[in-house]
Design a protein around this ligand. Structure first.
Ligand code: TYD
Length: 137
């Protein structure tokens, strides 16, 4: 299992090119640096809408643009970076305590999110100032 990185980063996933069409895959704790407990997906996002705008205290995530494109704006407590996701063989890995917003969704985009934890509303940090305070501890 790859060591758990501490910074948000793009991971390149396996890609099997075939004239019948391409195939990508990932295995928990092999291509993703955490054990996957949950997945969810975001779709039919109206133009101009955004999702997220929060951080998680404990959970790790991998975000993949399975279809279409969108941006992930990530703040690590010091700097903000915009990742444009448009290929299904790239995943954006986010360690815990990454502030993240998803925006700029294209028509028919499909965002897949893999998470290391079951859904737990207590794991959310909703306030950016709280987030910065926790990061500075
Ligand atoms: P939320 O995480 O706030 O969405 P986003 O961050 O993308 O804007 O989730 C929206 C709603 O869906 C909220 O009522 C909680 C619910 N939800 C679940 O019940 N299970 C899940 O795994 C997720 C991600 C959300």
């Amino acid at each position: 299992m790859p060591s758990i990185a501490s910074i948000p980063q793009i991971l390149e996933l396996p890609k099997i090119l075939d004239e019948r069409g391409n195939l990508s895959f990932l295995e928990s704790q092999v291509h993703v640096p955490f054990k996957i407990k949950r997945c969810y997906w975001i779709y039919d996002v109206p133009g101009g809408e955004f999702r997220g705008s929060h951080a998680f205290k404990e959970q790790h995530e991998l975000i993949i643009a399975l279809s279409g494109s969108f941006d992930a704006v990530i703040h690590d407590g010091v700097t903000e970076k915009r990742f444009s996701l448009s290929r299904s063989y790239y995943g954006l890995y986010l360690p815990p305590l990454s502030w993240r917003q998803l925006d700029n969704f294209s028509t028919n985009s499909l965002a897949l999110v893999l998470s290391s934890h079951f859904y737990d509303e207590e794991d959310y940090v909703w306030d950016f100032e709280d987030f910065l305070r926790v990061k500075q501890k």
